[in-house]
Ligand binder design. Sequence first.
Ligand SMILES: Cc1cc2nc3c(=O)[nH]c(=O)nc-3n(C[C@H](O)[C@H](O)[C@H](O)COP(=O)(O)OP(=O)(O)OC[C@H]3O[C@@H](n4cnc5c(N)ncnc54)[C@H](O)[C@@H]3O)c2cc1C
Length: 321
Amino acid sequence: MFEERDKAIEEIATRLGVRAERGKRFAELTSLRVGGAIDWVIAPETEEQAAAIVYELDQAGIGWRPLGSGSNVLADDSDHHYVVLNLSNMKGAVHIDGEHVSVSAGYSLPRLCIDVARGGLSGIEGLGGIPGTVGGALWMNAGAYGHEIGTVTEKVRVARDGKVVEVLGESIQWNYRHTSFREGELLLGATLRLTPDDPEHIKARMDEAKSKRLATQPHGSRSAGCFFKNPPASTVGTGKMIDEMGMKGQRRGSAVVSPVHANFIVTEGENARAEDALALAEEIRERVRREQGIELEYEVELWRAEPQMNADNADQTGKEE
Ligand SMILES: Cc1cc2nc3c(=O)[nH]c(=O)nc-3n(C[C@H](O)[C@H](O)[C@H](O)COP(=O)(O)OP(=O)(O)OC[C@H]3O[C@@H](n4cnc5c(N)ncnc54)[C@H](O)[C@@H]3O)c2cc1C
């Protein structure tokens, strides 16, 4: 059924000199360690390669989705018949020019926070404990402890018509864990504008944020961070709300509400299932709806296996949920 498509993918990957692999599962590529088989994983190493690949895939009508470290994605257990563009190899090098820091989308966000802190640049030290890539952080407008990446983003490099194109940070809407980047837009890298400060002071603030995180969140567990957003109209955070309903430690098969932080769902065991995490999440939503009259929105992205999805109809990825 996918013979022609597979040939086209092999031909594109070979021509552009990019690694294309079969037989991978989301369980290997996401921090929740669940999720089904992926038809193809393509891993570009440079921004130019990535821009060229998605152009070629679009031209051939082949569906794809970008993935960084998979620390905010819950992919379902079925077979996913599309290409996953794994960007975690597209690391490049960090270029620091005064207050301007240019970095590729596949670079690790925690690593970048350490690099710039050492270089005496402040503005992202609160983000030091957020796992994942710079690209994933830009896509979600990742934030913690008073910092959000969008606030310091001067320019973003995106893929357009096979080329690397720069867009201004101020032309993008940076909302709470949501941005105005459109589905099917591939982020290749960014230039941040940071503020000079004493490296010791920056490090002290980064350490403080890390200690707070260690004290309040599970570590060493398989999670995707906060599962739900905090409701805008509520004075109580989602974690506290779930905790007050007595749901810490609640289990559905291989998925558990973390006993440390109730807005974290963690998975356990070798054959953990996305289905369990999703059922537990829906149980939480149902109880919050019934008992608090609040509709919880997912912060984690739900990736459903849809047959032969195209980038054009990729708005079902869960970003709007
Ligand atoms: C223990 C833990 C703690 C966390 N704490 C926080 C926190 O404090 N604050 C916070 O904001 N988040 C937090 N998170 C969630 C997560 O780490 C962030 O959202 C992170 O920025 C996701 O990066 P990623 O590379 O893993 O993205 P992925 O999970 O791989 O992808 C997330 C989304 O971004 C898209 N994407 C990724 N790269 C690109 C790209 N180059 N171009 C276009 N789209 C792309 C994907 O398609 C997907 O839609 C936490 C997660 C964990 C596991």
